[in-house]
Write a protein that binds this ligand. Structure first.
Ligand code: GCU
Length: 601
């Protein structure tokens, strides 16, 4: 065992110290050091990494990150793992999808690879950027702990410069996907707990002074003629340049306490799903420069109406998880484009990307193809709202999501939660998040998927007073089997702001073993859609409909003979090809809404 090795001071630590992981939980890799990456060169670290699962955290106990590279024959001591030899795993990936024996593994896993570093510029700074790792990712470079990140679906950066050496460097990541009770999501949810480095991992180089963030948006004042720019810089800087050539903007802006801000009076072509116009923007600071493609639009609420660029908008939507039969939670461009094609085939103009930040490509592609998005942090079900650790995690994930996607015109709603019980603790926790979101981004609406107040049979939730849109999950015809209660709910409720049905639906199973009638039959699912789409348009305050969901997807909790580990409420089966009867009911319903809209224009 390593305990007898020349790391002998490690002996007690290895076997007797159950606080072994405390030194590696700084959560110092967070939104504060997230680097704007638009337009930057990314040196990919994707490919085969050496890999092992580590169920007992032996790696942290024995400090595998201290192990030096040696030939097996020359090692003097017994050792339990060799980071420089053995099996590998493709990065990015979900380890569950690589080997059957890894499918249900929850715990730590170690990733190791060499980096051959060649300095390009004397003062350059080098950052590691991880698109996402689920859930806790600890970073070690050349045997030194750099920091860790909490959050399974948002990007983070780690500066490597101080530890980086010319030539060969050893980079090790320890990723842990254990479910716990002190963060988002909690240990209990309704999607599969994939693990690993499942989005892109890159190196990014910058000069000593660089642009840390770029935020460009249309000032939501109803004039549609003012663009706001906010540029944050790191390192000594007196001015930064901003250009938007197509609108004749090229301006040097003074930097005050690390920030440059300006507003420009222009007449942009407004972005909309029908006309997804994007503009090339660029910011430069000395040798550093970043760019982005930004659409300018205004989304607002007026009474119970939602308006895009001043026009009344009904959100014809569908929910979608990040889940794939072959890829798990890893998203590909092809997978995202297929998802959007299927949504458009339903006549959707929007999707709710449930229940966590999806791959950053999703919003970029939605910007291009003209779809609106609801994006959400996994503040899901019974969160420990009183726990400061949970509050810190929620705030960080929300800030990382907003900083990542706030230049995306397609994103119109930030959601701070899903189906959380209406308690005092939850109200304080969620209103704190709402305030943080509004402060970080004045150009979007804030919502959450709330529950029906069954006691009063009303759409009523104290959080609604702090939201722009009331998201409502109602399953009349499925979980609430008496569909007529939806009518009572509708008649009892008089919300003063728009309601978007953020979930409804039913399971519908296909195939030779599927029931032909009753719950879990395709027919029963279709009937629920028929009733929901027949009634909801009668409620003037309902300004959006988002059935649950586009595709069947993996969920460990779903184990009845029909489900076999899948939630089968998809309008399309898990093959992402076979459409169910309800697909056509929803498609035709949305077609009618579209036609009614065009007639009213
Ligand atoms: C809930 C929840 C979803 C879940 C769905 C279901 O509303 O928000 O995450 O999958 O219902 O029960 O299928």
């Amino acid at each position: 065992m390593l305990e007898k090795s020349d790391l002998a001071d490690n002996a007690v630590e290895c076997l007797h110290n159950e606080q072994y992981d405390r030194p590696y939980n700084l959560q110092n890799l967070n939104y504060r050091n997230l680097l704007f990456s638009g337009g930057r060169e990314r040196e990919s670290l994707g490919g085969e990494w050496r890999f092992t699962l580590d169920l007992h955290d032996t790696g942290l106990r024995q400090k595998w990150f201290l192990l030096q590279q040696r030939d097996a024959e020359t090692r003097r001591d017994p050792y339990d793992y060799d980071p420089f030899a053995g099996q590998t795993i493709p990065v990015p990936s979900c380890w569950q999808m690589i080997k059957d024996k890894w499918f249900y593994f929850e715990g730590s896993a170690w990733y190791t690879r060499e980096i051959d570093y060649i300095e390009r510029d004397e003062d350059e700074r080098v950052f590691l950027r991880v698109g996402a790792a689920n859930y806790d990712c600890k970073v070690f470079l050349n045997h030194r702990f750099i920091g860790n990140h909490y959050g399974g679906s948002t990007p983070f950066c780690a500066e490597l410069t101080p530890q980086l050496q010319p030539g060969n460097n050893i980079l090790m990541l320890c990723v842990n996907n254990n479910r716990t009770t002190d963060r988002l999501p909690l240990r209990n949810n309704d999607w599969f707990n994939y693990g690993g480095i499942y989005r892109e991992i890159d190196l990014i180089r910058t000069p000593a002074s660089y642009i840390r963030d770029l935020f460009v948006y249309l000032v939501p004042d109803g004039g549609y003629n003012r663009i706001a720019v906010r540029i944050a810089v790191e390192g000594p800087a007196t001015e930064v340049n901003f250009t938007l050539t197509e609108l004749g903007i090229s301006q040097s802006l003074p930097v005050v306490e690390g920030v440059a801000e300006a507003t420009f009076c222009v007449q942009p072509v407004l972005w909309s799903p029908e006309q997804p116009k994007l503009y090339q923007v660029m910011a430069s600071l000395g040798r550093d420069w970043v760019s982005d493609r930004v659409g300018f639009r205004q989304i607002e609420v007026v009474g119970t109406d939602i308006r895009l660029n001043g026009r009344s908008l009904y959100l014809r939507g569908v929910n979608c998880h990040e889940d794939d039969l072959l890829l798990g939670k890893m998203a590909s461009e092809a997978d995202i484009r297929r998802r959007f094609r299927d949504a458009k085939a339903l006549n959707c103009n929007y999707l709710r990307l449930a229940h966590y930040p999806h791959h950053e490509m999703a919003a970029r592609i939605a910007d291009e193809v003209g779809l609106l998005l609801w994006e959400e942090i996994p503040n899901y079900w019974a969160i420990d709202f009183n726990n400061p650790a949970t509050q810190r995690d929620a705030h960080n994930q929300l800030m990382e999501l907003i900083m990542r996607d706030r230049n995306r015109a397609s994103v119109i709603i930030w959601s701070v939660g899903n189906e959380n019980a209406d308690t005092d603790e939850r109200l304080h926790f969620m209103t704190t998040l709402v305030k943080a979101a509004r402060q970080a981004d004045p150009s979007r609406l804030i919502s959450a998927a709330c529950l029906v107040n069954h006691a009063k049979m009303k759409i009523e939730d104290r959080l609604a007073d702090h939201l722009d849109i009331i998201g409502l999950n109602e399953y009349y015809g499925w979980y609430e089997e008496n569909f007529e209660d939806l009518i009572a709910l509708g008649e009892n409720s008089s919300p003063t702001k728009p309601v978007v049905i953020t979930e409804t639906g039913a399971e519908g199973v296909l195939g030779e073993h599927a029931p032909q009638s009753g719950p879990f039959s395709e027919h029963y699912m279709a009937e629920v859609y028929r009733k929901q789409t027949a009634y909801l348009p009668k409620l003037g305050y309902v300004r959006g409909f988002t059935p649950w969901l586009l595709y069947d997807y993996r969920s460990e909790r779903r184990q009845n003979p029909y489900q076999q580990g899948f939630n089968c409420k998809g309008l399309i089966a898990a093959d992402k090809h076979t459409r169910k009867a309800a697909f056509y009911i929803l498609r035709d319903f949305y077609q009618q809404l579209k036609q009614a809209e065009s007639l009213s224009d």
